[in-house]
Design a protein around this ligand. Sequence first.
Ligand SMILES: [Zn+2]
Ligand SMILES: [Zn+2]
Length: 447
Amino acid sequence: MSRRIGFILSLALLATPLWSTTPYAQSAVADLERDIRQRAAQIEDKLIAWRRDIHENPELGEQETRTAGLVADHLKKLGLEVKTGVARTGVVAVLKGGKPGPVVALRADMDALPVKEPEGLSFASKAKGKYIGREVDVMHACGHDAHTAILMATAEVLAGMKDKLPGTVKFLFQPAEEGPSLYAAFTGKSWGAKQMIKEGVLQDPKPDAVFGLHVTSGLPSGRIGYRAGAAMASADELRIKVTGRQGHAGYPWRTVDPVTTAAQIVLGAQTIVSRRTDLMKAPTVVSISTINGGSRFNIVPETVEMTGTIRTYDAQVRAGVHRDLRQVAENIAVSANAKAEVEIIELYDPLVNHDKMTARMTPVLLRAADNDAGPINPTSAAEDFSFFLNEIPGLYFNLGVVPRDKDPATAAPNHSPNFFVDEKALVTGVRALSMVTVSYLTAPGFD
Ligand SMILES: [Zn+2]
Ligand SMILES: [Zn+2]
């Protein structure tokens, strides 16, 4: 060592307060991360087998009884305290570490979608299910099979090193992230994350931090994407009923026509984003997606019904769009002597990652993904993990699953029947969830 470097080092040592635990914490974390790497690698075959089993047997929201059974059996074998039937079909388990410390919650969603899987994979789904009274084909087209398997493996990794863990880990296996399947979303019930919170999953013990991940067709296999602040949109369901006065279409002056009124409302609604919303605050979408009315070519109908969705990233912008939509629809209808009734069902809040938590966990995610991690753009998809983040500081990140010889720009997106998960990425998910947990338990807080 040169004298100059020695001098700088001794200055650095002097600058480190004696009471700082950082060097100890850093070496403790390095040991724990080595342990996580080994255990995650050892469990990889089991992880892939779980994922295939769950993929082959997908279940719709609040009907995930087989999946929940697999999860609960596994967690009980690991010696965790397990509670089933949470939010109807969810599973919650608590792992107490050997040392005192904070509580970290990890979440995976378990539900599949009413999508028909094409033939091809040896473990392709042939499952049928009931979706709001109809028989449908069912497929894990959003990758929640991967999430469930990743969290089962993470539980095994962390349970294997529990004596060394300073704190508690709470595992949240959530049903119905995509919404319920036994009743319509607008019937006033709550489901998924919101229902779990109502049933007290964020109490006894209360988590200090919450983490989760989503596999994505937007990134190459094994790459982790993260974003501080608003990362995913709010999602609202919009329903507009226009009522006129039915009559003969040959003499429309004797009617009040809800069809032309509805057409004007569709166009008026498009001016809310383009003319009235401050898009510098938050990108915003208003889509009218269905329009139904009438029974015959020569009858002006009594009513026309429309549905659509509203997406944005900011609570104030969201409230402004709701107000403007009511004003535009109701007043256009009044100008035509008709009546518009507007109903807006707030499904999911914007998903807002904690800024300091994101900054703190960035180096951890880089280590978990062997340096293949980086910031990503916000997405206009929605995710009910937002409700956990409303209550507890945390981070929800993405894990790429597009095979390295394919281009994510043209890969089939989540929810497509051709959505494909490269299973090589899954072990990175286990490392990432385990490492952020250990990092937080070892040094709680955000600095
Ligand atoms: Zn989805
Ligand atoms: Zn999803």
